[in-house]
Ligand binder design. Structure first.
Ligand code: UD1
Length: 430
């Protein structure tokens, strides 16, 4: 497998070295959304004709997903941030377990692949650092559509003679299960209605993509989605919208350092939960038709956060927000309700002088006036982003290790932060 962006050609790991204390200010754009790209790269196998995806983030997850598509017979070529995918000839390829485990959304290809080729095997995705992450709702939805899927020796063996539209009630509004059922149903016979569907912006974008290749999906963005199945789907061109989590992270970089950061070419509504909490904390938020800016001329006040499915506060912003609240005035409680173990940032922030304590899956944060640089380890993608934010405001030097996690969601995060005035560089670990 090719090296990950966080690795050198010899497989060594890189670190980010941050000298904190600068106010970050300026205007930036962010790359296309990781999670939308991954959802579409699962559904793209539905298309019998070539698909062109514009604005695809060049991160390890999308590159590996492209390699996985090739395993199943797709032809994949990159031209900068444009990805051409031709799935006209697919086969029941043999997916490598390591590759599948490294990208959880590999599993989200099972239904769309079944709809095209009738049977396949896919290694189980496994859990991860932020929680167990079961796939029971995916399986329930695919079974309801007529698929037979059995786990045998850590591998899902899937087959389907006919996929037939039906009603699917999701016990939880899972983003992944909604995407998986929606995509699979696009090639099922008849109509599927998903009730208690996830309402995340990623679902809306996936529906746009599916409709662009000839599907008929209605209601995406609400809790009830209707999919009228088609016998075949064509190809097309789709532009991946901007990454809302990257945008939120850089807005927090402005807030935590006391500067002003404006993120252009985004969908401002996607930031509603984050900017409302920032306003509550005393930040100055301005919103335009396709941009948001956040400034923090005075120290932020403590606020309480509870993560919720969209339109609630996004779990992916929980750790970056917790880092920001470490230097706010007063005590904040950050309650994580989606993932039981999204807490890897807590011990590392403590090493930097934060008064942060874990209480179950929540963090209790007593704001301090000063963080101090330290060597810290990212335990997962958003924990890594949180440590970078803390490093930006900390006195002295912070070394963030394990940055291959950060590279999974941010295209060279140091370049964007540097353009806003940060003192940050990527170094090869000795
Ligand atoms: C996606 C995002 C992730 C984000 C999450 C929630 C991608 C690649 N990842 O993950 O960044 O944090 O949405 O916004 O798009 N669950 C079950 N059974 C299932 C499926 C999910 O119990 O079959 C649970 C999960 O363990 C979790 C909750 O449902 O507690 C939400 O998960 P889900 O919305 O499915 O997240 P992902 O699609 O995996």
């Amino acid at each position: 497998m090719d090296k990950l962006p966080g690795q050198s050609s010899t497989g060594d790991m890189n670190s980010l070295v941050i000298r904190g204390g600068r106010k970050l200010s300026g205007e930036i754009e962010v790359s296309g959304s990781k999670n939308i790209a991954l959802a579409i790269l699962s559904a793209v196998v539905l298309a019998e004709e070539p698909v062109t995806l514009l604005n695809v983030p060049k991160i390890s997850d999308t590159e590996i997903k492209g390699q996985l598509l090739e395993v199943f017979g797709a032809k994949v070529t990159w031209e900068g941030s444009t990805m051409h995918v031709d799935c006209s000839n697919l086969n029941a390829g043999h997916a490598d377990e390591e590759m599948v485990r490294s990208i959880r959304t590999s599993f989200y290809m099972v239904g769309p692949l079944l709809a095209r080729i009738g049977n396949l095997e896919m290694p189980a995705p496994g859990g991860c650092m932020i929680g167990a992450r079961p796939v029971d709702l995916h399986l329930k939805g695919l079974h309801a559509l007529g698929a037979t899927i059995e786990l045998d020796g850590g591998v899902y063996k899937a087959s389907a003679k006919n996929l037939v539209g039906t009603e699917v009630y999701l016990d939880k509004p899972s983003a992944g299960a909604t995407q998986h059922v929606m995509s699979t149903a696009a090639l099922a016979k008849g109509t599927t209605i998903i009730t208690n569907a996830a309402m995340e912006p990623e679902i809306i974008a996936l529906a746009e993509f599916l409709n662009c290749i000839g599907a008929k999906v209605e209601g995406a963005g609400t809790s009830s989605i209707t999919i009228h199945g088609k016998p075949t789907l064509s190809g097309g061109e789709y532009r991946i919208p901007a990454d809302r989590i990257q945008a939120g992270t850089f807005l927090l970089a402005g807030a935590i350092t006391g500067g002003t950061v404006r993120v252009n070419k985004i969908i401002p509504e996607d930031q509603t939960a984050v900017v409302n909490k920032l306003r509550e904390a005393g930040a100055e938020v301005k919103i335009g038709s396709d941009w948001v800016s956040v400034g923090a001329p005075t120290r932020l006040e403590a606020v309480n956060i509870t993560t919720m499915p969209h339109p609630g506060f996004p779990t992916d912003m929980q750790q970056p927000m917790a880092a920001t609240l470490c230097v706010a005035n007063g005590t904040s409680i950050v309650d994580e309700t989606i993932y039981e173990s999204r807490t890897g940032h807590i011990s590392e922030l403590s090493r930097m002088g934060a008064k942060i304590r874990q209480d179950g899956s929540s963090a209790v944060i007593q704001g301090v006036t000063e963080l101090r640089g330290a060597t810290v380890y990212a335990s997962d993608l958003r924990a890594g982003a949180a440590l970078c934010l803390a490093g930006l405001v900390a006195h002295g030097e912070t070394i963030v290790k394990n940055i291959h996690f950060i590279d999974r969601g941010y295209e060279r995060i140091e370049d964007t932060l540097k353009s806003l005035g940060a003192d940050i560089s990527r170094v090869l670990d000795s």
